[in-house]
Design a protein. Structure first.
Lengths: 422, 181
């Protein structure tokens, strides 16, 4: 089976010219004196962040659009350059605060690639289990807020109820509900608590039923179908040209998932399907999200089985130049105390070089470009934010839509503004 | 995979299992077009610019201690394992390409520029370059010729300076409502 689809959603390209992210008002289709320019945001309630859309309206039709971002720019990359490697890990989850674990994992994977350190398998499977739980968490937030914007208020509460169960699991593992900083260079910060797998199994049993219930609410809901089917069209060629990834890309018929096509962690050892739909509209993006939640539960189950088998195995690499020594050794071993002191005060050094590591975050290709000069701090950190890339498609997908559908189409891009602005 | 047919190829480097193609900035668009059309790199993952001002020197960001080793008068300092290799110019711009098909692959196209030099925009090759180039301009001050809308994207429009440059201090922004007002 081929990765690229053979059918086309629409002929040709709809990417605006000459600037792909700015849709100019076409004077042949609209009378310029009828155009009303409206600012959506930066504090519009539907943006769930600070995104500004400058919309040119002809009546209720969107004739032109331009997305303006940067309102949440906090200079993460600059700050990370000024912290030692292991302190800067703390910044990564805060960039995309909805898929916090994915960012943290990505950054640590990039450091580990530079270090060439081998990670124990228990840590790898724990990271994977949490990564998939985080994916469900992120999709639940997307589903809840998207449905909320289109008027299905009750779904928001259901989704956030399930999301809470996931955060409970993260709290059990890492001690905090979000921004856990549980992923540590060389493994994970502490072993998973003994009750984690049984609690996570309970969640795995309840989650597929919840997904069924969400679909029961939405799938035969005339309003939901009316608002999503055929809205916000994007073809496969345009999606690739605009570097769309994740559910955005898979809703256009491109059968592409980094977990399967360029595996990292132990994704080549688990069984899962990649949901692909070919409609390229908001409804198909919703379908991809729903199916991915089911697939993620499947992966979590396999991870939990493996974690039970590996009970008692090391969860972090035994490399004293990089990894903090076990706490109990600090009382008896001078050597361990010195290593602990050195790592905490100066940090460990990372070999000179540059790497680009990419993982499939809930929003698509999340990449991290790292440059090290061989010192204790990163020389350059650059994140390839999937939300940043997704927002580039705004001007392509909203052409000719009504202003109410703009909310549905914009929400389907699943942008997290912290991720886009960094 | 041979990249010998890429126009303007200066260096083909393998490190950490990644391929880096250093190309002549003047022939960047040609090289990218060949990579897209003949090598199938249909997806531009990212454009990442890096500033190497003060690379391997003392007292710059990301660097503790001096290159020759521990400074005995500075207890917190520590030498590097070795002095890092010098870089050809001050700025690097790395284009991370991805091949989305049955034979997936990644490659990094890299160009080197000095301060004030500009490079042609790859927007005609991959429309996705639009915001990536705007970000590189905003953060590093790299100019992309032929980009129709090369304005700031993350910082306010009237901002001065390019924050991710190494000579731009951390915490260097003016503070409003300070005592001096």
């Amino acid at each position: 089976m081929s990765v690229l689809p053979t059918t086309k959603i629409y002929e040709g390209t709809r990417i605006p010219h000459p600037v792909p992210t700015i849709l100019e008002v076409d004077p042949e289709k609209h009378r310029l004196e009828d155009i009303l320019q409206v600012n959506f945001g930066p504090n519009h309630p539907s943006t769930h962040g600070v995104l500004r859309l400058v919309v040119d309206l002809d009546g209720e039709t969107v004739a032109g659009i331009r997305a303006v971002i940067g309102y949440l720019h906090t200079g993460f990359e600059k700050n990370m350059e000024h912290k030692s490697w292991w302190k800067s890990v703390t910044y990564a989850p805060r960039i995309d605060y909805v898929s916090f674990h994915a960012n943290e994992l990505l950054y640590v994977l990039a450091i580990e690639k530079l270090l060439g350190i081998e990670v124990p398998r228990r840590a790898t499977w724990a990271r994977m289990a949490l990564a998939e739980l985080n994916r469900i968490h992120s999709h639940l937030v997307w589903l809840g807020t998207s449905a909320l914007e289109l008027g299905a208020i009750s779904l928001f509460w259901y989704c956030f109820d399930d999301r809470d169960d996931i955060l409970d699991l993260f709290e059990m593992a890492g001690g905090t509900r979000m921004h856990t900083r549980y992923v540590q260079v060389g493994g994970i910060a502490e072993d998973l608590p003994p009750e984690f797998t049984s609690e996570a199994r309970k969640f795995c049993d309840s989650m597929p039923k919840s997904v069924d219930e969400y679909e029961a609410i939405l799938d035969r809901n005339a309003i939901w179908l009316e608002r999503t089917v055929g809205v916000g069209l994007l073809s496969a060629d345009d999606a690739l040209a605009l570097a769309q990834s994740g559910p955005m890309l898979r809703s256009t018929g491109v059968d592409w998932d980094l977990r399967r096509d360029m595996p990292y962690l132990a994704y080549d050892e688990v069984e899962f399907d990649v949901p692909v739909y070919g409609g390229g509209d908001v409804y198909d993006r919703y379908r991809v999200h729903m199916d991915e939640m089911r697939e993620s539960v499947r992966i979590v189950r396999q991870c939990l089985d493996r974690l039970d088998e590996m009970d008692g195995e090391p969860w972090i690499a035994d490399d004293r130049k990089v990894v903090l020594p076990p706490r109990h050794e600090l009382h008896t071993s001078m050597e361990s105390l010195i290593h602990h002191f050195k790592i905490v005060t100066e940090g460990f050094t990372v070999p000179e070089g540059e790497v680009y590591v990419a993982i499939e975050s809930p929003r698509g290709e999340n990449g991290c470009y790292l440059v090290s000069d061989g010192g204790a701090r990163p020389w350059r950190v650059k994140f390839r934010a999937p939300s940043f890339a997704a927002l580039q498609a705004t001007a392509t997908i909203v052409q000719g839509l009504l202003i109410a559908d703009l909310i549905a189409a914009g929400g389907s891009l699943d942008p997290v503004m912290g991720d886009a602005d960094r | 995979m041979s990249y010998a047919d890429v126009p303007g190829l200066v260096e083909n480097r393998e490190s950490f299992g990644e391929t880096t193609l250093v190309v002549d900035p003047a022939r960047l668009v040609e090289a990218c077009t060949v990579l897209r059309d003949d090598h199938g790199f249909n997806f531009l993952s990212d454009i990442a610019a890096a500033d190497y001002l003060g690379w391997g020197e003392e007292d710059v960001a990301g660097y503790i201690g001096n290159a020759s080793g521990r400074d005995i008068n500075e207890p917190g300092s520590r030498g590097l394992a070795r002095v890092p290799d010098p870089k050809p110019e001050r700025f690097s711009v790395s284009y991370h390409l991805l091949r989305v098909n049955d034979d997936p692959a990644r490659v990094r196209v890299q160009i080197w520029l000095d301060d004030g030099e500009s490079v042609a925009s790859v927007l005609p090759v991959w429309p996705a370059a639009d915001w990536f180039e705007r970000e590189a301009f905003d953060m590093m001050g790299i100019r992309f010729e032929g980009h129709e809308n090369l304005v700031r994207i993350l910082m306010p429009e009237d901002w001065e300076g390019h924050p991710l440059r190494k000579d731009y201090p951390l915490g260097g922004e003016p503070v409003r409502f300070s005592d001096e007002d």
